[in-house]
Write a protein that binds this ligand. Structure first.
Ligand SMILES: Cc1ncc(COP(=O)(O)O)c(C=O)c1O
Length: 425
């Protein structure tokens, strides 16, 4: 659909002067591209969509309809998956913090549980003792060195990852031994997610190979899945000037190893990939109205009805791909300008040093590639969160309303009256 200025005005009347737009067809296309790349090379392939990247319920439901499992890292995300009707056997429960009740619930419902730390073994033990008639399956997130002698390949330059159970110090062996003591537990999978800064194909080769070797050595014929986590590149904006691998490049490397490591098996284990950014980053845009363009000393500042929190909560300094939709067609001054937000923070810049015709009051700025870690990380700060609308073929419809005062300050949570009786609880 062509969203021209006339259409934007119509959307503004319905949804306000800033909103996100989800392109549902693009989301489906991302799913199909990832799925085809891997499934054509390794049939037993599963996508576990990483909820935390963007857990808009409508989007999660669409992922599930397409066939993706739900990869969750908290009870909140787990319960959301159940609420939107995901089969609990298609929920992968990861993450460093799980309560005994989380583990009990997930095991009862036959979800896939990957333990991240040794404390979780106690919860599994209690569950197994209390449910001795039930066959329980668990997976272990493993921690090993993936650096191949390159220093600091993890994000932010970290030397070691803090997640999972360490192989080199014997903790993994200990975990396996403890779990094997329980009659009704089978270790059926290994998980290895590593957030690296370069997302290299070679790294996925290292992770897959190591997980396969550990699976053969420690869990043998019980292995039902190898979960290589997420972290692959998707479509990256051309303005970033990055040469990145595509889905086929990753699939070729990983599936070749899976096929050769398990060539002797009639039923090969499932390969699980947990994409987040690569699935959703390019499927959201953020629209915000220009309130004013002002000059301070020799610099131009374009104030819009949005904030850096709406488009890049990590506040990195790279400009996202953007365009200006103009109310009037006359040519404007060609300058360098900054786009700034409604908060009172000096650092609330949505874009720096943009070269082009200066936007005018009532124009719209549209930022692309804002689907990952935005709406989940967007603090309700100073203003209500904007609405989210979805575009599917030619239809546009609401998938999250703009927040109102009563939702922002939820009356079930906040105290408004200082004299209320139940003060001393
Ligand atoms: C366990 C796990 N799986 C999947 C992902 C998704 O990673 P990405 O969004 O980089 O694909 C993450 C992100 O940190 C993660 O921690």
């Amino acid at each position: 659909m062509n969203i021209n200025f006339h259409k934007i005005n119509e959307l503004e009347r319905k949804f306000g002067t800033s909103f996100y737009l989800l392109d549902v067809n693009k989301l489906r296309l991302n799913y199909q591209k990832i799925n085809n790349a891997f499934k054509n090379r390794y049939t037993n392939f599963i996508i576990g969509y990483s909820y935390k990247t963007n857990y808009l319920p409508y989007l999660c439901k669409e992922m599930s309809r397409l066939g993706a499992y739900a990869e969750v890292v908290s009870r909140l995300e787990y319960d959301l998956a159940l609420k939107i009707g995901v089969d609990p056997r298609k929920i992968i429960f990861n993450g460093p913090l799980k309560t005994s009740d989380d583990i009990e619930t997930a095991l009862e419902k036959d979800s896939i549980v990957n333990i991240d730390s040794l404390y979780e073994i106690d919860y599994i033990t209690t569950f197994c003792i209390n449910n001795h008639e039930k066959q329980v399956k668990v997976g272990i997130r493993v921690n090993f060195d993936i650096s191949n002698d390159e220093r600091g390949i993890l994000q932010e330059g970290f030397e070691i990852s803090r997640f999972g159970i360490c192989v080199s110090n014997g903790n993994f062996q200990y975990a396996v031994n403890e779990l094997k003591k329980l009659d009704n537990v089978k270790i059926v999978g290994l998980h290895g997610h590593f957030s690296t800064s370069e997302r290299k194909v070679k790294t996925y080769g290292t992770i897959t190979k190591k997980l396969c070797e550990l699976a053969k050595q420690y869990i043998g014929d019980s292995v039902e899945y190898i979960d290589i986590g997420g972290g692959i590149y998707g479509e990256v904006p051309s303005s970033f000037n990055l040469q990145t691998p595509n889905f086929d490049d990753y699939a070729e490397e990983v599936c070749y190893i899976m096929n050769s490591e398990f060539s002797h098996k009639d039923k090969r284990p499932y390969l699980i990939l947990e994409p987040g950014i690569s699935m959703v980053a390019n499927v959201f845009s953020f629209f915000a109205k220009v309130i004013e363009a002002k000059k301070i000393q020799d610099q131009y500042f374009v104030l819009i009805d949005g904030s850096v929190h709406n488009i890049k909560p990590t506040m990195h300094k790279k400009n996202l791909p953007m365009k200006v939709m103009r109310e009037r067609s006359e040519t404007q001054k060609y300058v360098s300008y900054n786009i700034v937000g409604y908060t009172c923070m000096e650092k609330d810049y949505l874009a720096y040093g943009v070269e082009g015709e200066l936007p005018n009051k009532n124009d719209y700025v549209i930022f692309d590639n804002v689907g990952a870690y935005t709406i989940v990380f967007n603090p309700p700060f100073i203003k209500e969160r904007p609405s989210i609308i979805a575009l599917d073929d030619k239809e546009i419809f609401l998938v999250r309303k703009k927040e109102s005062l009563t939702e922002f300050f939820n009356e079930n949570l906040y105290v408004f009256n200082n004299e209320f009786e139940g003060k001393f609880v």
